[in-house]
Structure formats: C-alpha cells, structure tokens
Design a protein around this ligand. Structure first.
Ligand code: COS
Length: 385
C-alpha cells in the first residue's frame, strides 16, 4: 500500500542519493574503524530514517510495509551497518511498543525514537535460548509496584548505543514455555543493568552487539508492555514477522548492489582478449543472480501488500526471509567468483559484503527456523480446511 506517492518518491530519491553520495564512499572507513561517523548519524536523523515506521501520531513517517520495503531496497545497497543503526528503531526495538504498548508507553518513548534521540534494542536471545526462544530464563519477579529482573541476554544489536530495551522475561515459573513470558521496557542506566564487552563479529563492522545483564534490576510495574503479563512471547513473534520482511527487503538491496558491482567489474576486466562479461559462464552467474533477485523482490512486495491489508503474513514473512537471505548468500558467492582473485582482496570491497551478508541467514530466525514456521503454517492452514 502506497499512502502518499509524492512524499514517498521524494524520500526514495533523497535516500538513493544519500546512499550513493554519502554512505557508499564511507563504507571502507566504517569497516576499518568499526564506527559510523557522527556526522553521518546526524544526516540519517535529518532524513527521518530513525522514524520511518513509527506512526505519524508519534512523530514518525508512518510508512506502510510496502513503502518500508521500497526504502529497504535502497538502504540495502550499502554496508548493512548503516541499516543496523536505524533498523532497531524502525523494527524490533520499537514494534513491541507500537503493536502492544499502551498509550502512555507509546507517548513516552516513540517520539524520541522517531527522532533518533533514543535508540531501542530488542532483548530476546539468551546464552541458553536462541532458536528455542520460548525456553528463555530471564526472570521478572513482581514485588509491589515493581518487577525485579535477573538474567542475561546475548547478541543484542545496538545494545551499546541503546537508551531503552524491549526485554522478554519470565513472569511465571508455573507456566512453562511461551505463556509464562512477558515483555518489558527497560531504560538503559537502570541500576542492575550492565553491558558485556562488544562482540567481535565476522562482518558488519560498525554495527555493535553485546550481552545485556540484569542483576536485581528493578523497574516500575508500569513498564510491562501493554500492562498484560504472559503475552510477551506473542509480542516478540509479531515483531519478528515484520522484522523478517524488512530483512528480506534489505537482502534484495544488498544482492542488487553486489550484482551491480560484479557486472561492472565483468564489463571492465579483460581476459583472453575480451571482457569477462562476454563469457557465457560469467553470464550464467549474472543471469541466475538477476532472476533470483527479481523473484525475491516480487515476494517481498507481495507479502508487504498482504501485511498492509492486515492479513496474517507469518508464513509469507518466513518465506521471504528464507528465500531472500539464501539468495543473497548465493549472489555474494557468485560476485566473489566473478571478481576472481580480486574478490578475495579487501580493497575491492566485495569480500566485505560476502562476510556482511552471511548474518542475514542467521539473525531474526535462522533459515531452519523459517522452514519450521512455513511448514507449521502450511499444516495448520490445511487442518483448518
Ligand atoms: N504471531 C502471533 N503469535 C504467535 C506467532 C506469531 N507469528 N508465532 C507463534 N505465536 C504464538 C502461538 O500461537 C502460541 O500461542 P498459543 O500457545 O496461545 O497457541 C505461542 O506463540 C507459542 O508458539 P509456538 O508453540 O509456535 O512456540 P515454539 O516454542 O514451538 O516455537 C518458534 C516458535 C521456533 C517459531 C520461535 O521460537 C522462533 O521464531 N524462534 C526463533 C527466534 C528468533 O528469530 N530469534 C532471533 C533473535 S531476535 S533478533
């Protein structure tokens, strides 16, 4: 659903120029220093990128899912670290509040997130629970008007920069699994909340993750999202449905960028007296990549439109995340192959993308978890007929 074509086109034009002229030239620097320069962060704020998906009532741009996908196609064309910085505010770091928060909670946090003044992070994963998210062990014990949190969260994106965390924690020891889990807003700086050391990752330098540790961390009971216990796992799953579509769209953008780089290299580089692009074995790799990108792009737009129509897209989001992230991995591999020896050398940049995009097949649910979600939905839908 396109709400306002004129404003959207303006945003897409500005973003596309910003990506080309500001972000792409800074990629090497971000990777080398593991940091996004503050002036670029400021420009991202000015463009409204932190509030893309936050409703207009809370000072965001209120993009529909289809509009968000179009923006993500553009943003995907540069190092994923840039997307990662704004990604949590538009996705997993704010959506828990947007979907299930009460009005007071939304008023309190969303405008500051939309402006980028406040960074949000999503704390689900733990040392002992990754794919099996419902087995998480962080506890939130009710004591009068407070909850006291104890436990450790792992690989939390943007935790070092975050001002607030959406934290999934167990409020009931009797109820095992998903139904004993509740979602909370925990401000950074709350006594008892501390951070581990920043993880050294394979790629995506400039995007930071670390442990978030709760030791008798006391928060007001009013920070329980929506004021309802026991629905935190469902909140997390709904957040991830949207997050998975967003990541799929980013994969499309990243694959388009890698294909464009591989194509221009293949047209320039001469071997056996002609450009690489004249060789049919190279053409096959280019063609396969283009066809797969087109397929993923079409899937993402279709699922986004369905979500805008308020349909349940849990299965479609998993299809998109699985197909687009695996596709992106294949395109990365072919791009490195087309670059040949240069593909293995950092100054050409393609090896950095190869490492960066590897994460897409893992986070916000591995490919294997997407398979599980797709198959379960198929079976459930068949059973309903
Ligand atoms: N939307 C709303 N509710 C959902 C839902 C969704 N997309 N998916 C599941 N639920 C509900 C179920 O309906 C069920 O509710 P009831 O008990 O009322 O029926 C409840 O949540 C538990 O669901 P389920 O039984 O499917 O939970 P499981 O523990 O079997 O597994 C998976 C769910 C494996 C799909 C889930 O744990 C998952 O997505 N894991 C990956 C986590 C992940 O992506 N981590 C990435 C880190 S966060 S960046």
């Amino acid at each position: 659903m396109i709400n306002d074509p004129e404003t959207l086109n303006l945003l897409l034009d500005n973003l596309s120029r910003f990506v080309r002229e500001r972000l792409v030239p800074a990629e090497g620097d971000v990777a080398e220093h593991d940091c996004i320069p503050p002036d670029i962060v400021e420009e991202m704020r000015a463009l409204g990128l932190f509030g893309l998906c936050i409703p207009q009532a809370y000072d965001g741009l209120g993009l529909s899912m289809e509009e968000e996908a179009l923006v993500a196609f553009e943003l995907g064309k540069t190092s994923p670290a840039f997307r990662s910085l704004i990604g949590t505010n538009n996705g997993i770091g704010s959506q828990g509040l947007i979907l299930d928060g009460n009005e007071e909670q939304k008023q309190r946090y969303l405008p500051a997130m939309a402006s980028g003044e406040l960074i949000g992070a999503f704390a689900l994963t733990e040392p002992g629970s990754g794919s099996d998210a419902a087995s998480l062990r962080t506890r939130a014990q009710r004591e009068g008007d407070s909850y006291v949190l104890n436990g450790t969260k792992r690989f939390i994106t943007n935790a070092p920069q975050a001002g607030i965390f959406t934290v999934m924690a167990r409020t009931s020891s009797e109820m095992k699994g998903a139904s004993g889990i509740s979602a909370f807003i925990v401000p950074a700086g709350t006594p008892g909340l501390s951070l581990g050391k920043i993880d050294q990752k394979m790629g995506q330098k400039g995007a930071h993750t670390c442990d978030v540790i709760f030791e008798n961390c006391r928060i007001p009971a009013a920070n329980l999202i929506g004021g309802v216990e026991g629905v935190g796992f469902k909140t997390a799953m709904k957040v991830l449905d949207k997050g998975r579509l967003h990541i799929a769209a980013i994969c499309v953008g990243a694959a388009e960028r890698m294909l464009a780089d591989a194509l221009s290299y293949a047209m320039e580089r001469q071997q056996f007296g002609q450009p690489l692009a004249e060789f049919q074995l190279i053409q096959a790799m280019l063609a396969d990549s283009q066809a797969e990108i087109y397929a993923a792009r079409s899937m993402v737009i279709d699922a986004a439109r369905k979500r805008d129509l308020k349909q349940d897209v849990s299965m479609e989001a998993s299809c998109c995340k699985m197909f687009a992230s695996e596709m992106c991995g294949r395109v990365a591999d072919r791009a490195v192959q087309i670059f040949g020896g240069a593909g293995y050398v950092s100054e050409y940049g393609i090896e950095r993308f190869y490492r960066d995009v590897r994460l897409f097949r893992i986070y916000e649910g591995t490919t294997q978890i997407q398979q599980l979600v797709i198959a379960r939905n198929l079976i459930r839908r068949a059973g309903l007929n």
